[in-house]
Design a protein around this ligand. Structure first.
Ligand SMILES: C=C(O[C@@H]1C=C(C(=O)O)C=C[C@H]1O)C(=O)O
Length: 92
């Protein structure tokens, strides 16, 4: 039994749980955005907004000593899924 490894893993498990809760909250909000867009005939994607988010988060990643390329890929992955949901809502 490696107590040190166990302690690290408990912390990782808590962080992973927080990530899931945060993602769930983000998708709840983007679902509402998608419904609003579908109702008001707005496009599913907003590339200008995405560029601004990516620029901002790349800088935050640098400040936090996190790889900005990884951060951008992670955000892109999430945003692409949101856009897919918005397209589905638009199609009805
Ligand atoms: C949530 C929106 O819809 C899309 C998804 C985004 C996101 O997940 O952050 C950002 C821009 C849009 O392409 C939005 O327009 O704000």
């Amino acid at each position: 039994m490696d107590e040190t490894l166990n302690r690290y893993r408990e912390s990782i498990d808590n962080i992973d749980a927080a990530l899931v809760f945060m993602l769930a909250e983000r998708f709840k909000i983007t679902q509402a955005v998608g419904e609003h867009k579908a109702t008001h005939d707005l496009p599913p994607a907003d590339p200008g907004r995405e560029d601004r988010q990516i620029t901002r988060l790349r800088q935050l990643a640098l400040d936090a000593k996190l790889d900005p390329d990884f951060t951008e890929k992670f955000l892109r992955f999430i945003i692409d899924e949101v856009i897919r949901h918005h397209e589905q809502l638009r199609e009805g």
